[in-house]
Design a protein around this ligand. Structure first.
Ligand code: GDP
Length: 375
């Protein structure tokens, strides 16, 4: 009941006119300033000076799919490339709840206290599909977010895994040009995204927890095989012994895998992101790995292989996009999908028709362009 005194969220109380809380003219000035696009040189200069606001804006352009941003993104990335490459890039994976965010916060604070500057990025293709990110928003890393020497950026959310991964890789270059010397790229241990993270990092860390019954916890063998280090997190309180046992099991499992091309022997450790046990040991291991692979040439070799891989990936993705966005393909694809599912045509024959149509339309287009240029 509304008795005039009782205030409830369910009743509408008469409002009292309030003076505007925002100076409208100032707001407009702020918005128009925000809208003013910077030039390529202004972006690059800002990034090289370590200006976080400009770095964030440049990353937004790299993540954008707007046609007017694509060239600018490429220009910024190309200009930053000569200043990039100097961070150690660490991929982190583990099932949701294994403690990735808590771990990154723990090791992040440890590293900034030692004078490092770190960037934390993520690849989470689920964020587009489900409109909700498995990795969650990184406001959970409260301490680290407030740290001037840490830069946290959630996963780009638009497009295919390949597209999201490419944007993240370009973001690594920008962060490195801005002076970050350690980069973490986090992903969830449930799908294809580990391969993408592996293809852009120097070191791959798998976070596991003990006592979840099956020690493999849904982590595929292929992901374990990619790991340079497995750490059993939550080794605290009554869980410490179980964690040590799991560590021994993982270490044994790692011995059974083929020896990696890096010459490195993958290891298993325990840690607690809460008590911070083992965090320093993990950083020591990362440094040992870096030392070994820089000396035996593997570090550079792998980065060169990754550059080649990403060139091919970019070509593949561009061709796929071009094919599926072709008006002829868009028109014919549903018809042929229906015929294939109804067994009226084989998959191969249908694919050939669609591809031929696409190639012919490209051929006609180039003929027309040639004809126009002759006039
Ligand atoms: P993520 O989904 O992998 O990013 O996992 P979170 O970092 O969000 O952690 C999931 C839960 O595990 C949270 O409730 C954390 O507080 C808890 N957690 C993370 N690390 C530890 C740890 O080292 N020890 C204990 N006891 N709990 C932890």
């Amino acid at each position: 009941m509304h008795d005039g005194h009782h205030i409830s969220a369910l009743t509408v109380n008469p409002g009292v006119a309030q003076p505007p809380t925002v100076d409208n003219a100032a707001l407009q000035r702020f918005l128009s300033r925000k809208r003013k696009a910077l030039s390529r040189d202004e972006y690059v200069e800002g990034i090289l000076q370590g200006n976080r606001t400009i770095l964030s804006q440049a990353i937004t352009i790299v993540e954008s799919s707007l046609p007017e941003h694509i060239q600018m993104a490429q220009d910024i990335v190309e200009s930053c490339l000569p200043y990039s490459g100097k961070s150690i890039r660490i991929g982190i994976t583990g099932v949701p709840g294994s403690g990735k965010s808590t771990f990154v916060e723990a090791i992040g604070k440890y590293l900034t206290s030692k004078g490092h500057k770190l960037a934390v990025l993520a690849i989470d293709p689920s964020s587009e599909r489900s409109k909700g990110s498995i990795l969650g928003d990184k406001t959970r890393m409260e301490d680290l977010s407030a740290d001037r020497n840490a830069f946290i950026r959630p996963s780009p959310s638009s497009g295919s895994l390949g597209g999201v991964a490419r944007k993240t890789r370009e973001t690594i270059f920008l962060c490195e040009a801005a002076g970050f010397d350690v980069t973490f790229i986090e992903t969830v241990g449930v799908g294809q995204s580990e391969t993408a993270v592996h293809s852009m990092t120097d070191f791959f860390l798998l976070i596991q927890i003990a006592g979840a019954g099956d020690e493999l916890q849904g982590i595929k063998r292929g992901i374990m095989e990619m790991a340079d280090l497995i750490t059993v997190n939550k080794a605290d309180g009554g869980n410490l012994e179980k964690a040590q046992l799991a560590q021994a099991q993982y270490q044994n499992a790692l011995y059974l895998f083929p020896k990696p091309a890096s010459g490195w022997k993958p290891q298993a450790t325990i840690c607690s992101a809460i008590t911070r046990l083992g965090i320093d040991t993990i950083w020591d291991i990362v440094q040992q790995y870096e030392h070994l692979t820089k000396n035996n040439g593997y570090f550079d070799k792998r980065r060169r292989q990754q550059a080649k891989y990403w060139m091919n990936e970019t070509i593949n993705n561009s061709l796929i996009d071009h094919f599926y966005n072709n008006p002829e393909t868009e028109k014919l694809l549903p018809e042929y999908e229906k015929m294939v599912t109804e067994d009226k045509i084989s998959s191969f024959a249908a694919a050939r028709v669609l591809l031929n149509n696409y190639f012919n339309s490209q051929h006609d287009k180039s003929q027309n362009e040639f004809a126009c240029s002759q006039h």
